[in-house]
Design a binder for this molecule. Structure first.
Ligand SMILES: NC(=O)C1=CN([C@@H]2O[C@H](COP(=O)(O)OP(=O)(O)OC[C@H]3O[C@@H](n4cnc5c(N)ncnc54)[C@H](O)[C@@H]3O)[C@@H](O)[C@H]2O)[C@@H](O)CC1
Ligand SMILES: [K+]
Length: 461
C-alpha cells in the first residue's frame, strides 16, 4: 500500500524545516527524476519539447531542459514567460548555458507538460487551452510534470487537460491523480523523491493506494477441513434472478464452501449451487440487493435484522429499510447513481452523479464519518473503499468491466470472503483487487468479457 495525500505542502515544509533542504534541492530532484525517466526510455539525441508555465511547475521543466541539454535536442517553450522566483532563476541558468527558447510548439519525440502543476487556481484561458489541445494532438510520447495541466487539486477536469502517457509526480501521490475524471489523463504514475527517500518525509495519512500485494486470496492452507470450514453463503435472488445467480457462481468459484440462492420460485441453477426458499440455518453470510426489484418488505427487514455478515448492493440503495442496517458492520457496493440515491436517503447530500464524480473522495468521507461501522465500496474507474476515517483506492479498474453483470460478480466475491470469515474491510479489498486484476488478465478484446470469463480469471490469480 502506498500513501496518498490531499496536499503535499506539509511534506515539502518538513523537508525544508526538519532536514534543511532548500527549494532548489527539491526542484533539482524533481527535474532529475524526469531526466532519468527520459534517459532510461529514449535514445540520446531524441527531441524533447518542454512546455513551461510561469510558476514552479515551469521551473521544474526549465531545470529538466538544463539537465538534458546536449545529450538530447531540447526545445524549451515558455508561452507565459517566467514569473515565480524559481522560474526566473531556472530560466537564467538555461540562458547562461546558451539554450535558446522556442517560440512555438513543434513535433518532437517527447513532450513534457510543465505548464501548470499544483498551482492551477483558475479556469484555463484561451491560450492555455489552445496549447493543451495542440499538445494533445501531437503523436509523441507525453510526460506530465507533477500533474497533467488542466487537472485541478481535486482531480477535476473542468475544461480540458493534457493526456499524459506517464505522469511523474513530485514528492508523493496526490488525491487529484486518482479522481475518476483524471483517470484518462494521468497515464502511468511515478513518484519523484525530493532529495531524500520518500519514506522519511511521508507523514501518516488515511488514504492508501492498493497494490497487488494487498490481495489476500482465500487459499486453503489447512489439510484437515470440510465444506463447512468455508462457510455457507445465502444470495437473495429477486425478480431479476440472473444477478443473484451470477453472484452465487462467482462466490462458489472464490472459495465459499456452500452457496445457496434464496428464491421463492423454483429456478434453474448449476448443480453445485443450492436453492432454498428461506435463509439457511447455518448461513455465514448474506448477499442481498442484486436484481432484487420489489420484494416483500417485511421479509427483507427480517433478513437485514440478522446479525450475519452482509453485503448490500443495487436496488436496496433506494429503500429506507436499509437505514437501520447502516448502524452496523455491513458492506455496501453502490455505483455512482446508487450512491447519490443513498446519500439522499441518509440526508447527507442531494447531488447529481456529475457532482459526485467531481468530489468522490469528499462524499465517501462524509458517508463514512456518519456511518463508521459500514464498509463502503464506491464503484468507478478508480474504486474507493471507505471505512471510518480511511479510504483505500483501487486504481486497477479497467473499462473491460463496464458491463452488466460485473457488479454482481464483485458482490459474489465479497460475499464469498464474508462467508469465509474475512472481516468486511479485508473482504472488500481482496475481492475488489481480485475483480480488477482478473479483468486486467483477460486476454480477449476488451469489449467481450462476460461474467463467467471474469470468474475463470479470478480462479487463476
Ligand atoms: N513546493 C515545492 O517544494 C516543490 C514544487 N515543485 C513544483 O512546483 C509546482 C507548483 O508550483 P506553483 O505553486 O508555482 O504553481 P504552478 O507552477 O502549478 O502554477 C502557478 C502559476 O500558474 C499561473 N496559473 C494558475 N492557474 C492558471 C490558469 N488557469 N491559467 C493561466 N495561468 C495560471 C499562476 O498565476 C502562477 O503563475 C508543483 O506542481 C511542482 O511541479 C517541485 O519543484 C518540487 C518541489
Ligand atoms: K504539468
Amino acid at each position: 500500500m502506498q500513501h496518498i495525500y490531499y496536499e503535499v505542502g506539509s511534506l515539502d515544509k518538513k523537508c525544508y524545516e526538519k532536514f534543511a533542504l532548500t527549494e532548489d534541492i527539491l526542484m533539482e530532484h524533481a527535474a532529475s527524476s524526469i531526466a532519468r525517466f527520459i534517459e532510461e526510455n529514449f535514445e540520446k539525441k531524441s527531441s524533447v519539447l518542454i512546455v513551461c508555465g510561469p510558476g514552479n511547475n515551469g521551473a521544474d521543466g526549465l531545470a529538466l531542459g538544463r539537465l538534458l541539454y546536449k545529450e538530447y535536442e531540447v526545445k524549451l517553450y515558455l508561452p507565459f514567460g517566467a514569473k515565480s522566483q524559481m522560474a526566473k532563476l531556472q530560466k537564467n541558468r538555461v540562458e547562461l548555458l546558451g539554450l535558446t527558447l522556442h517560440e512555438e510548439i513543434s513535433e518532437s519525440d517527447i513532450v513534457v507538460d510543465a505548464l501548470f502543476g499544483s498551482g492551477l487556481n483558475k479556469d484555463l484561458d484561451e491560450t492555455s487551452l489552445n496549447i493543451i489541445n495542440t499538445l494533445n494532438q501531437l503523436n509523441t510520447y507525453k510526460i506530465a510534470c507533477d500533474i497533467p495541466s488542466g487537472i485541478n487539486i481535486k482531480g477535476q477536469v473542468n475544461q480540458e487537460a493534457f493526456y499524459a502517457d506517464t505522469t511523474i509526480t513530485m514528492g508523493a501521490l496526490k488525491v487529484a491523480l486518482f479522481n475518476d475524471e483524471a483517470k484518462d489523463y494521468v497515464g502511468k504514475i511515478e513518484v519523484a523523491n525530493l532529495g531524500i527517500q520518500r519514506s522519511i518525509y511521508e507523514e501518516k495519512t488515511n488514504i492508501f493506494l492498493l497494490e497487488k500485494e494487498d490481495m489476500n486470496l482465500p487459499l486453503r492452507n489447512k489439510k484437515n477441513s470440510h465444506k463447512g470450514s468455508f462457510g455457507h453463503l445465502n444470495v437473495i435472488a429477486g425478480c431479476k434472478k440472473g444477478a443473484g445467480i451470477i453472484a452465487a457462481k462467482a462466490a462458489f468459484g472464490f472459495g465459499a464452501g456452500l452457496v445457496s440462492v434464496v428464491c421463492h420460485e423454483d429456478i434453474d441453477l448449476p448443480y453445485h449451487i443450492m436453492q432454498t426458499h428461506f435463509l439457511s440455518d447455518n448461513c455465514t453470510a448474506i448477499a442481498i440487493g442484486m436484481g432484487l426489484g420489489k420484494y416483500e418488505t417485511e421479509e427483507i427487514k427480517t433478513i437485514l435484522a440478522k446479525e450475519i455478515p452482509t453485503i448490500i448492493d443495487a436496488d436496496l440503495f433506494y429503500e429506507e429499510i436499509i437505514l437501520e442496517k447502516l448502524k452496523s458492520d455491513v458492506v455496501l457496493t453502490p455505483h455512482p447513481k446508487e450512491f447519490c440515491a443513498l446519500l439522499k436517503l441518509c440526508e447527507i447530500a442531494d447531488i447529481s452523479v456529475i457532482q459526485l464524480q467531481k468530489d468522490r473522495f469528499e462524499y465517501v468521507s462524509k458517508f463514512c464519518n456518519k456511518y463508521p461501522k459500514v464498509t463502503l465500496l464506491l464503484k468507478g474507474a478508480n474504486v474507493l473503499i471507505g471505512k471510518d476515517k480511511e479510504i483505500y483506492v483501487n486504481s486497477f479498474g479497467t473499462s473491460t468491466l463496464s458491463k452488466g453483470g460485473s457488479g454482481d460478480v464483485l458482490s459474489g466475491l465479497i460475499a464469498s470472503l464474508l462467508a469465509q470469515s474475512y472481516n468486511s474491510l479485508d473482504a472488500a479489498i481482496t475481492a475488489n483487487l481480485a475483480h480488477t486484476l482478473a479483468a486486467k488478465n483477460y486476454k480477449k478484446n476488451n469489449y467481450s468479457l462476460i461474467p463467467s470469463d471474469l470468474v475463470e480469471e479470478v480462479k487463476k490469480l
